[in-house]
Design a protein around this ligand. Structure first.
Ligand code: AHR
Length: 333
């Protein structure tokens, strides 16, 4: 009887350590679970604070002590680099591929190759535009159109009845990487807003590629010839920081009580601090902490559960009124 009990105990211990190692509940096969589950991750780049936080969330989630090996490839914002990384992952025989796509178009061929190799794919953050939706398991990311629509609604609430007869609200629009879902849908929201209001117009639409350096450069160039701006609608925080430096150079005031109202996307800690200080008027949140959500999808897949085709992260918008110093200090990114 004692031998039987110790045998049972050993079995229980083996099972418990197997479950723990896999990071997934109930998906382990005790005979194989000591092998790491290899995730190939093709990341867009390191263009923004948001992106760095997104990468960190993935590396902190897919750890060896949870039974994973994460192979991370930085595409430096080039889709071609993503294709090479993905083909290497296939050659290496990884268990799963996670892709944060630079742009939406152009994925059909490489994803077909991955499908033929029998490797599951999760699309992270942005989306891909493909005719065969079986080319990926699921898309975990942000509702970029909702972010844009909420920002435009906020702007409507702020400027309604303030534009004088015969005048227009002049919006400077800073755009992210052309063809990226975050750019396409945030742009769509403001373009629909401008089309809807006869007294709104674009002062300019500038290409900032989601980076602070480019944001500074294009806004500085613009201000050389035109300083008539009422609103900055900037598709990410880093471009906003660049634009704010350019405004400072030209003595243009912004934020609460300033010439230019600033709407920015991401709501990183630095942007929220500026918002609390009254330098930014609206931060539309884009949550980069997506690692745990991706892990859940992978676990469910390994457990044979049904996977939703699209999962959106929880996000809100912030003005100074919604913020406290404590909240900003506690921001993870
Ligand atoms: O796709 C998400 C966007 O990409 C974030 O808004 C931006 O900061 C990042 O570079």
């Amino acid at each position: 009887m004692r031998r039987f009990c110790s045998l049972l105990l050993c079995l229980a211990l083996v099972l418990a350590s197997a479950l723990c190692l896999s990071g997934c509940h109930g998906s382990s096969d005790p005979t194989t679970s000591k092998e790491l589950f290899v995730v190939g991750f093709s990341q867009v780049g390191s263009e923004s604070d948001w992106r760095l936080a997104n990468t960190k969330s993935m590396t902190e989630t897919f750890t060896e002590d949870k039974g994973y090996e994460l192979r991370l490839e930085n595409a430096k914002q080039q889709q071609e680099n993503q294709f090479s990384a993905i083909r290497n992952f296939m050659l290496e025989g990884v268990d799963c591929i996670v892709i944060a796509p630079t742009i939406e178009q152009g994925w059909e061929n490489v994803l077909t190759e991955v499908k033929n190799a029998g490797i599951p794919v999760i699309i992270l953050d942005r989306s891909v535009s493909v005719t065969d939706s079986d080319l990926f398991l699921s898309n975990f990311g942000s509702d970029f159109l909702k972010q844009g629509n909420k920002s435009v609604e906020w702007l409507e609430s702020q400027v309604e009845g303030t534009v004088e007869e015969g005048d227009t609200l002049k919006i400077l629009h800073l755009q992210g990487t052309y063809g990226a879902t975050a750019q396409i849908l945030r742009t769509k929201a403001i373009e629909v807003g401008v089309a809807k209001h006869s007294d709104w117009e674009f002062a300019g639409q500038l290409y900032g590629d989601f980076t602070e350096a480019k944001g500074y450069e294009v806004v500085s160039d613009f201000l050389r010839t035109n300083k008539d701006i009422d609103v900055l609608y900037s598709e990410n925080d880093n471009m906003t920081f660049g634009a704010m430096r350019a405004f400072d150079d030209y003595g243009i005031t912004y934020g609460e009580g300033g010439q230019v109202k600033i709407i920015t996307f991401d709501a990183t800690k630095k942007a929220l601090q500026y918002c609390l200080e009254g330098k930014i008027n609206l931060c539309a949140e884009c949550n980069p902490l997506q690692g745990p959500g991706v892990e859940k999808l992978i676990c469910d897949y390994r457990d044979g559960k049904e996977i939703p085709k699209h999962v959106y992260a929880e996000e809100s918008i912030f003005t100074k009124d919604e913020l406290t110093q404590e909240f900003v200090d506690g921001r993870e990114y």
